[in-house]
Design a binder for this molecule. Sequence first.
Ligand code: PEP
Ligand code: MN
Length: 358
Amino acid sequence: MDKQSANNFFFPKDGSAGIISGPCSAETREQVIETATQLAALKKVHLFRAGIWKPRTRPGMFEGVGSIGLEWLLDAKKITGLPTTVEVATAKQVEEALKYNVDVLWIGARTTVNPFSIQELSDALVGVDVPVLIKNPINPDIELWQGAVERIAKAGIQKIGLVHRGFSSYGNTVYRNAPMWHLAIEMKRRFPELIFICDPSHMGGKRDLLQELAQKSIDLGYDGLMIESHVNPSEAWSDAAQQITPTNLDILLNNIIWRRTTLDVDEQNELQKLRQQIDQLDDELLQVLSNRMKITDLIGEYKKENNITILQAQRWNDILQRAFEKNESLGLSDEFIKKYFEAVHLESINHQNKIMNS
Ligand code: PEP
Ligand code: MN
């Protein structure tokens, strides 16, 4: 499959990033219309978002205005021309949203996690032609994310996009939801044809973190951003700490250094030269590692004959210390050195284990 047209999500045809923005929750008719009007005036926002039904972690919090919000969204669209998107979690909500001509549906992180809910949504979407954005599940399990894509696709939905909003963890961390970029990168590898959007608002949970998270996702080649905005963010009924005014959204977008994912022929040739060197070095690295394991095997034979344990704690410590010292002039991070040697050491142990027990 070719890369889906970003245009399916009302994003620019020229391939520049698509911007989804609007409040975490629709609160009042005035707040919805005013936010949409200010966003439309920026001429940088392509899709207006607002939560109508809010999946809150605990009862008693603001759970959304419900279907009345759909009328406000429809009014906002009539006034500003901005297409709209809302979160849906049940078949009934899909039916309501479609009745009010919502342009794009999105599936929230607390729904992606539950195959029963995803199946219910899929069944409700059979025969419907509407683009669907699927947020990552709250827990770092991309099989669930993939499963959701597969179920929605099986229902016949062809316009599917992915939203990376980070993964929750226990206790206080810098991020409200840890980005775990590597999981999103793996998801991008599995579904290169799907539009990929970053939601730095729910990742960071704080206004201060938006700029750097948004930049990082653009550096990684994401197709768009979903950023929560509100005319009066600190008074928002949900997610007050992470929403920004449309004016601050404008500043944030102006500060981003936009990157291209496509290369012209000269650029391709230039990179090709450097990549050939990388490939050559990778081949050498693999050969060196293979040679190292052959020595490991000899050590394994010796330990076996003399009944010596495989793990020699002091030796392992020495290897690591030596590597840290050597690295002082090499410019690799200590974190990488540790990860790399742990992997090599584990491979050595596995090799010796095989020899000991053969
Ligand atoms: C939201 O977008 O307001 C929302 C509830 O997001 P998530 O599903 O990512 O928590
Ligand atoms: Mn929110």
